[in-house]
Every structure is written in C-alpha cells, then in structure tokens.
Design a protein. Sequence first.
Length: 338
Amino acid sequence: MENLDQVCNEGFDVVLKARGITKWFALKKWFFEKQAYVRAVEDVSFDVYRGETLGIVGESGCGKSTLARTLLRLIEPSRGVIEYEGKDILKMSKQELRALRRHVQIVFQDPYSSLHPRMTIGDILCEPLRITGIMPDKKRQRERALELLSMVALDRSYADRYPHELSGGQQQRIAIGRALATYPELIIFDEPVSALDVSVRAQILNLIEELQEELDLTYIFISHDLSVIEHICDRVLIMYLGHVMELAETEELFNNPLHPYTQALLSAIPQIDKAKRRERMLLEGEIPNPINPPEGCRFHTRCRLATEICLTKPQFRDVGNGHFVACHHVKEGTAELM
Ligand code: SF4
C-alpha cells in the first residue's frame, strides 16, 4: 500500500497508523486434517488523523470488529504493523500496553455485558483509574466519577446504582464515561448505538459528537449503518470479507462511490428525499465463507461488473482527493468506472 503512505500522510497529523493488518483464526482440527483458518482480516492499511472520526463500515462478519480489537491488542494480529503516535503497539511490553490503554479506549456494542453487574456505577467509572494507576487517591477517584457522570449528562446520584437499574441508553452513557475516565485521545466505538432503541440512538450520537468537540478527541467509529456513518464520520473505510474496498472522505464517498460494493450498500439506504434516491443495486447471493474466501477480488462472486481479471487481487489505488479504491474497473488516476 505505498500509495497510502504517499498521499494520506501529507499534511495530516497521524495518530494511529495501521499497515497490512491480518488476522487469521485457526480452527480446531482432527489429527490428520489440514489446518483451516477463518481469514477474518487481511492486509488492511489505513491512517487515523488527529481530531477526525474515521468510520469503518461493512456487513456483519466483514472483520470490522476483529480489526478494532487488533488495534488495541485485545486480539493479537497474525501480521501487520500498528503504530500509535509513532510507537509500534505490537512490540510493546505489558507495562507499555497498560499505559497505551490510558490513551486509547474502546466502547462496545452491548453496554450491559460490558459493565460489571455487581459493581456500582461509581466503581465502574473509577475502575480504569485504578487499573492504570493514574489516580490512586480514592477521594479523587470518586470526584472524577462524579465529573464523568455530568460529562455524560447523568445525575450524580447514579454513582450508587447498579447497571441493571439503568436503561440501555443510560448504560451506554456509563460505558462512554468509563472510556473517558483516563483522559484518552483516541476512542474506538464498536457499533455503539446498534443495540439501543431507535429513540435513544440520536441522543447517544449527539453526546459522542459533543464530547469530541469538547475534549478534542479522535474517533474510530465502526458501524453497519451507513446513515449513522454519514452523520458522524469525516472519512469512511468500506470493508468486505476482511479486505478494504474503498476509503474516502464521507461527502466524496456518498456523492461519488466508485466500488461496486459501496454503490450497492449506498443504494440500499432508504431516502425520503426523492432527489437523493439511488437506483437500487441488489447484492446477489450470500457473503462467502471466510474459511474459504474467493481468490482475487473478494467481491467477485457477487459483483455485477466482474470479469476474468477480477480473479486477480486489485490494487488499492489512489484516484485523487484522498479517495482510494480496490477495483480493476476503476480507471487509473480517475474517479470513473471503466
Ligand atoms: Fe467487481 Fe472486479 Fe471491481 Fe472486484 S475488481 S469490485 S469483482 S469489478
């Protein structure tokens, strides 16, 4: 991915750099069987710029959550390089990793299962301060917990409650508050609103946006919901079956999607405004099995434009304006399909 190095870094302040991230999960095998792997993420590269929200999008099973976990080494990648502020995360000792987790936090999809049911909200909010050791004084921890409650717009009295006493939206506010406890710079949100009622989604998204502005945070935002991504992200990376298909600024991607997979995803977004409606492009067939994914372009078994050349892997190419696409049928150096 030389192009990515040449173009994306120019003039941008890179917080996190991922190159060639690959994660294969070994499957259990019987004695004489050949080892099989789930090829969850393969050769994924991108940069995250300071202060931006980078969206990672794809259908379920495309590898986006696995990718997010490898960035924090909650799952060890099989290959690749991940740098945070120029430091190689994969070479960090346990102690250095603990320090890193002060700066980089993650918020998961299901708030209830990410909060300890027998801990009070106050203790949950203080937990990262204890683990990282940045605030050993108990009184100050309690003050920080109360401060975090007000940052996520909950009353101080919630500190003495338990997770089961809170609604889903309130639980997600606590999960966000806990992620903020150690004054992080980068937060990874893994489908943070998809387990919530539609009525509270907008409130949580607004909170996430307000906190970013207030605290100068950088976000990686993972979602399968393109309406949410369009609303909240500055740039978007599209994944399919563990590979990156397209990367562009949000406005550019939504106005000028080049990859046939992106085009199909965008055509499925319901639009009330008639002028914005796109011709519906149905995705035929099922997403292939990641144990035995298609060779060449991963999307070729479902692509309406596939030809013989698609049996070879397309390069991830720069088509200008920070817009990258992996498709043989996008013209070299232009934002057009051949
Ligand atoms: Fe479709 Fe071929 Fe482009 Fe893949 S490389 S998206 S199969 S046209």
